[in-house]
Design a protein around this ligand. Sequence first.
Ligand code: XBP
Ligand code: MG
Length: 251
Amino acid sequence: MTIPEALIFDVDGTLAETEDAHRLAFNAAFDAAGLDWEWDEALYLKLLEVTGGKERIRHYTGTAGLPSLSQAAVAALHADKTERYVAHVARGRLGLRPGIARLMREARGAGVKLALATTTSLPNVESLLAATLGREAVGWFAAIGAGDMVAAKKPAPDVYRLVLERLRADPARCVAFEDSENGVASARAASLPVVVTVSRYTAHQRFPDALAVLDHLGEPDEPCRAISGAAPGGPAVGLATLRDWLGGKAA
Ligand code: XBP
Ligand code: MG
């Protein structure tokens, strides 16, 4: 097996620990709309089982016994939340997780395509890339699947299938990077091998279908730790690690 053809990254929890920024942006939007709702960390952990912000709001009103909002009201609330999140990220408050920028640079240098497959909205993705990797970084990605570009969000495979179609890539020769059970289910249903880096809100989840489960991708001076599955055999995951893992256990 040669090195992978493409690396496809999830965004929230995988590129950066973004979920608390999402949570606080939701709360600020609720407050601005005069809604007496507050999503604390314990509640948000449960709400994250529903992917997509608009879907999460609808699920919340449905399960908390609140009057349901019209589709237009949910859309307006979510648009305000997105604006607040984008502004927060643009202020440079979030950094990429260990190993992300390093692996992306290695891939670019080796001609391996990069892509993103996320349920979050496109402006959130663009602002995170610009704030962490620079304005030009959005152009590094041969395909970006985000938000409402597909009808069914993760755990459905639609967003990964869309990205694979745009890449014209064979899933068995790509690697997806995820942090959540919903994300792994989505990638696996699109026949992709998956490497998991657990995140703050997903450390309790289990990933029997992943090639490897790690605390993060590692840096030479900040070694990663294997939690289950294949071990990196060094401090950090690089293209050679991925080649070895694909060779041993392709999807
Ligand atoms: C994360 C999500 C997103 C964000 C909020 O998914 O579920 O819904 O929490 O984003 P992923 P929006 O890890 O696949 O990116 O409010 O823009 O939907
Ligand atoms: Mg995620």
